[in-house]
Ligand binder design. Structure first.
Ligand code: SAH
Ligand code: SF4
Length: 388
């Protein structure tokens, strides 16, 4: 079964409910509403998420009547791969066409013993961070839960990975593709439910990471719905600088954000967990020794580890990547202060170079926004500790 089959099913069935994006609870409710037993949800989940089956007719443990009923009212439709590219280092990138024609990207970075999938949550983004090309695109729309979990489905399908039971093609997921996950709260939560549900992809909560630039009211209620790992896009050690490059800081300043993230950790039973602090280094903007020292003070005693991301450039960005020396100097100051610090490395460079030429202008814009995410997620894949 391929993604194209999903497209055909979708186009033939406008008002049908797409079961791919329903959490276990939602799918159980769906079957109860049909007058069916709850366990039907578990059977169908296994077909969709463990076996990659999209066709109700192939679900041999459902009676014929139920299969026909399902075919009448529902579909199982992942989004469609518009283009796939393989890097010489094993990174694989998909341009994914979602309903309405927009393109988003997902990137899989294999590492020894694991593979991290970087997933998008929105088409574009409304938050306008100054150094982010998705921000420059503006917001187009939220992805549905099916479109978000569909990226995981497609990645496994692309490697014919269904034979491995729960699809171990993907071992880690980072919500670091296009968009701000906390501005698409319900769909992201439903998709993350599926990522961590044994009847779907069965990933440990430590291996699914939500990254946010700081939508504090949504972060404040996140713990009621999930317990995945959390990353915060900080990028500056003080409000004055952060407000300039991450505009949402003007509404929810650093201390509010750090408190909200700490409350999220405190709501977990596992006391050893930490917040990942993401810090994109931009030459002359936030990469000076005084910034590093100020960051040490800001995060003193805060339960975190720090990921430094050398800025990935895109046309007319107005920013540039610091030298290797500047990155090392910044890193050393944090390490000397006792922090656990990783620096992102670049992956998939060769496919970056080709991607924009493949599917026209829209992907070209998408591509720029995703370039850094490849290297960024690669860094996540490469970093040890709790995500291993
Ligand atoms: N919207 C969410 C998740 C997607 S962005 C967030 O902002 O956290 C994933 C990470 O890439 C964020 O830390 C983001 O700030 C960072 N990033 C954005 N543009 C970048 C660039 N050009 N170079 C390096 N990192 C960038
Ligand atoms: Fe949106 Fe994240 Fe880009 Fe900011 S960095 S504009 S929140 S995608």
């Amino acid at each position: 079964m391929t993604a194209t089959d999903g497209l055909i099913a979708k186009s033939a069935s406008v008002d049908k409910v797409n079961l791919l994006g329903l959490s276990r609870q939602q799918l159980e409710d769906f079957f109860l509403d049909l007058g069916e037993k709850r366990f039907r949800a578990q059977q169908v989940m296994k077909w969709m998420h463990h076996q990659g089956v999209l066709d109700f007719d192939a679900m041999s443990n459902l009676g014929k009547g139920l299969r026909e009923k399902l075919a009448d009212i529902a579909i199982i439709a992942p989004p469609v791969i518009a283009e796939q590219q393989d890097s010489s280092d094993g990174t694989r990138k998909w341009a994914i066409r979602v309903e309405g024609g927009a393109l988003v990207e997902a990137v899989l970075i294999p590492e020894s013993g694991r593979a991290t999938l970087c997933v998008s949550s929105q088409v574009g983004c409304s938050l306008d961070c100054k150094f982010c090309s998705t921000g420059k695109q503006g917001f187009q729309r939220d992805l549905t839960a099916a479109e978000i979990i569909g990226q995981v489905w497609l990645a496994i399908d692309s490697y014919a990975g269904w034979q491995s039971g729960k699809g171990r093609v993907v071992t880690n997921v980072v919500m670091m593709g296009m968009g701000e996950p906390l501005l698409n709260f319900d769909n992201v939560v439903a998709a993350m439910d599926l990522m961590t549900d044994d009847l779907a992809y069965g990933l440990s909560k430590r291996k699914v990471t939500l990254s946010t630039s700081g939508v504090v009211p949504a972060l404040d209620r996140l713990a009621e719905f999930t317990d995945v790992s959390l990353a915060i896009s900080l990028h500056a050690p003080n409000d004055e600088l952060r407000s300039r490059i991450v505009p949402i800081n003007r509404r929810y300043p650093i201390q509010r954000l750090l408190k909200s993230a700490r409350d999220y950790l405190d709501a977990q039973s596992d006391r050893k967990r930490v917040v990942t602090i993401e810090y994109t280094l931009m030459a002359g903007v936030n990469d000076q020794t005084e910034h590093a020292r100020e960051l040490c003070g800001l995060l003193k005693d805060y339960p975190c580890k720090i990921n430094l991301i050398p800025f990935n450039d895109f046309p007319n960005s107005g920013f540039s990547r610091p030298s290797g020396n500047a990155v090392s100097r910044f890193w050393q100051i944090l390490v000397d202060a006792g922090f656990i610090v990783t620096v992102r490395s670049t992956r998939g460079d060769d496919i970056d170079a080709a991607c924009g030429q493949l599917v026209g202008e829209v992907v070209d814009r998408t591509r720029r926004s995703e370039r850094y995410r490849e290297s960024y997620a690669a860094g996540f894949a490469a970093s040890g500790d709790e995500r291993s």
